[in-house]
Design a protein around this ligand. Structure first.
Ligand SMILES: Nc1ncnc2c1ncn2[C@@H]1O[C@H](COP(=O)(O)OP(=O)(O)O)[C@@H](O)[C@H]1O
Ligand SMILES: [Mg+2]
Length: 223
């Protein structure tokens, strides 16, 4: 097992009027390849902030962050984007699908950005959409899909590129429990099938029960 993500004494504050809101406090964390990690904690404890930082999407105040052995603070924006495209896949609570594009085009997008040939991207995107049960919805746009179907597209998009690390921020937080259980089952299976590593912020007990490690954050500190 190798360390694919490492933070050391990571701190993050937000300006709140005159005050500073200290949201992440000395977060030191190592994630090994192959782990399935559940990140749990009350609303407002800092889960989304931490996931955005370790995804290279948000800056931080102090500490260190290495993603696949790249020191994220000391590389160019272009290099950071390249690393994100090459290694990471994301699923958010609100799916963030592109409204004007079909399900197929949405799933193809990260592959096209990372330079995969268009025809190949189309074939791979279709295959993953079949796996999430949407083979007869590939030409639908997000507004023509139910909430659960939209989230399936978002999962397909995160998985299509078979990136080594999948980061999911309460991916079923918006769905009813039956839909949510089905989608998690599917998601978990596909992450495993791809031999990816998973970090998932969740309130769902079934998810944390099957994780290989549970990390709890409270008031911005890991406990
Ligand atoms: N952009 C922001 N500006 C100011 N405060 C923020 C911002 N984003 C998050 N926060 C605050 O940081 C804390 C942690 O938020 P968040 O990471 O979203 O928690 P969680 O995902 O665990 O619910 C909350 O108190 C939230 O209000
Ligand atoms: Mg959150």
């Amino acid at each position: 097992m190798s360390v694919i993500l490492k933070t050391t004494n990571l701190n993050k504050s937000f300006d709140q009027g005159k005050e500073k809101l200290h949201v992440l406090k000395d977060i030191s964390l190592e994630i090994n390849s192959g782990e399935m990690i559940a990140l749990i904690g009350y609303s407002g404890s800092g889960k989304s902030t931490l996931l955005q930082i370790v995804s290279g999407l948000m800056d931080f105040d102090s500490g260190n962050l290495e993603i696949f052995n790249h020191d994220i603070r000391n590389i160019s924006d272009a290099k950071r984007t390249e690393i994100r495209n090459k290694y990471l896949g994301f699923v958010y609570q609100y799916h963030h699908l592109l409204a004007d594009f079909t399900a197929l085009q949405n799933v193809m997008m990260p592959m096209l950005i990372s330079g995969v040939d268009k025809k190949l991207a189309e074939i791979s995107a279709y295959e993953v959409l079949v796996k999430v049960g949407l083979q007869d919805r590939v030409k639908h746009k997000p507004f023509q899909l139910s909430g659960g179907q939209q989230q399936r597209v978002a999962i397909a998009r995160a998985l299509a590129n078979k990136t080594k690390l999948i980061i999911a921020d309460e991916p079923t937080g918006n769905l009813d429990s039956e839909n949510s259980a089905n989608i998690i089952e599917l998601f978990w299976g596909l992450v495993r099938e791809n031999n990816s590593t998973l970090v998932i912020a969740t309130h769902n007990k079934e998810i944390s029960d099957r994780a290989s490690r549970v990390i709890t954050i409270k008031d911005g500190r890991l406990i």
